[in-house]
Design a protein around this ligand. Structure first.
Ligand code: UGA
Length: 435
């Protein structure tokens, strides 16, 4: 199958590369010349484990290429994926669809022959209808079907999520498009993973419902964590205890500093906006968002409490800045508001992150970035473990203890058993536990 993928960002690159790896002939398109040049020369603009090698292997096999020329890529493509960004609009937080609409226009101008246009970008319900309308305005005789095929990739494990998905959702009511999409995902079918075919609008909503549900699960366990701290219970054990109920499930129950990233914060707000537009009250989703917003302040207060009530004149070492491990993504990372709140309360903040510092630098002022966790902790009054990178799972606590000024360890990811920290002379503060 000949496939073009428009937008060589996170979703587009992973999608295009994995499709090529399955044997399809894929061209990834981006209008950014620097990005295309980098990719053509073997570079990768994002950090995603395994992606660089997979790109190189498929370029070498002649199944994957990169171009700025959308029309050339589309010529002869059976399927075109739209995988451009839908960032939140600064004015109202609603998903900005202008890139999607621009691409729809370009597609209308460039297609020849029957083409399946697939919306992979996360777009509000009804966007598929608009894309279809734009294409037919530009090209009234266009023979296209617009399909919704939401992505469920997690940064850091995107390749695994794409190649071994829990499910693939295809939203189309068109028989021809359905068969073509099933051929695109033949490998998934062969592996026995489910493919769910729905109406286009249903598929669009599945994406938002999935993210909102997962976000609600997180806000729920974070609230339970707060309660645990007051009643001498342990949130990780509560999570295990409820997660063993197969109706609840064990995943996504790790309490922490709140959810961040480019998806949950944006998608929950966008879903609320859709609900508002249709006069539907979504109080659970609303609360999920506000619990998460409040969480950042709570985390800053927790750190202040840990050092005796005030961080004024104190130095805090923050280990991990990205919104989660195995990504360099700083978007909506809880570290951003937490660090700012600490600074406003008079703290000096030093930080270290294995991958995120280049992205973090322009977003954080007056932070001293260091080269490793030990330099970061030197002379500090509290070590705050913010992101659970592998590198932080086995810190040399003895060495760390010898470097800090005051031995306080605030573990916002519950990486360390409190006893272990105490044994090394630290005052241990975690999430959802009393010690
Ligand atoms: C999320 C979804 O998991 C993907 O299925 C979806 O495709 C993607 O959004 C998207 O819409 O594109 P992602 O944002 O990469 O993926 O990150 P997650 O691994 O889901 O983590 C989200 C946030 O929740 C992070 O801040 C993470 O630290 C936090 N989290 C996650 C917890 O605090 N506890 C957990 O148990 C799990």
């Amino acid at each position: 199958m000949r496939i073009s993928v428009i937008g060589s960002g996170y979703v587009g690159l992973v999608t295009g590369t994995c499709l090529a790896d399955w044997g399809h002939e894929v061209v990834c398109v981006d209008r950014d010349p620097a990005k295309i040049e980098l990719l053509t020369n073997g570079g990768v603009p994002i950090y995603e484990p395994g992606l660089e090698q997979m790109i190189a292997a498929n370029v070498a096999r002649g199944r994957l290429s990169f171009t700025r020329d959308l029309a050339a890529a589309l010529a002869g493509s059976d399927v075109v994926f739209i995988a451009v960004g839908t960032p939140p609009r600064a004015s109202d937080g609603e998903a900005d669809l202008s890139f999607v609409y621009d691409v729809a226009r370009d597609i209308g101008e460039a297609i020849d022959g029957y083409t399946v246009v697939v919306c992979k970008s996360t777009v509000p319900v009804g966007t598929g209808d608009v894309v279809e309308r734009i294409i037919s305005q530009v090209r009234p005789d266009a023979d296209v079907t617009v399909v919704s095929n939401p992505e469920f990739l997690r940064e850091g494990s995107a390749i695994e999520d794409f190649t071994k998905p829990d499910r693939v959702v295809i939203g189309t009511e068109d028989e021809r498009a359905r068969e073509i999409m099933l051929a695109v995902y033949e490998q998934v079918r062969a592996n026995g993973q489910p493919i769910l075919i729905t109406k286009r609008r249903t598929a669009e909503l599945i994406k938002y419902a999935a993210n909102a549900f997962l976000a609600a699960k997180l806000s729920f366990i974070n609230e339970i964590a707060d309660l645990c701290e007051h009643v001498d219970a342990d949130v990780d054990e509560v999570a295990e205890g409820i997660g063993l109920d197969s109706r609840i499930g064990a995943k996504f129950l790790k309490a922490g500093p709140g959810f961040g990233g480019s998806c949950f914060p944006k998608d929950t707000l966008a879903l609320l906006r859709t609900a508002q537009d249709h006069g539907v009250d979504m109080r659970l989703v609303e609360t999920t968002v506000s619990v998460n917003d409040a969480r950042k302040r709570r985390m800053a207060l927790k750190i202040m409490d840990a050092v005796g009530g005030s961080v004024e004149g104190k130095t805090v070492a923050v280990l991990g800045l990205t919104f989660k491990a195995n990504t360099d993504d700083m978007r909506a990372s809880p570290s951003l508001p937490v660090v700012e709140l600490l600074q406003r309360a008079g703290a000096t903040v030093r930080a270290y992150d294995p991958e995120g510092m280049p992205q973090a630098r322009p977003l954080m002022s007056d932070v001293e970035f260091t080269d490793d966790p030990y330099t970061c902790a030197k002379g500090c009054d509290a070590v705050v473990l913010m992101t659970d990178w592998d590198e932080f799972q086995s810190l040399d606590l003895e060495r760390l203890r010898g470097l800090v000024r005051t031995p306080v360890f605030v573990d916002l990811r519950n990486v360390y058993a409190p006893d272990k920290l105490v044994k090394h002379g630290f005052t241990a503060v975690g999430i959802g536990r009393s010690t």
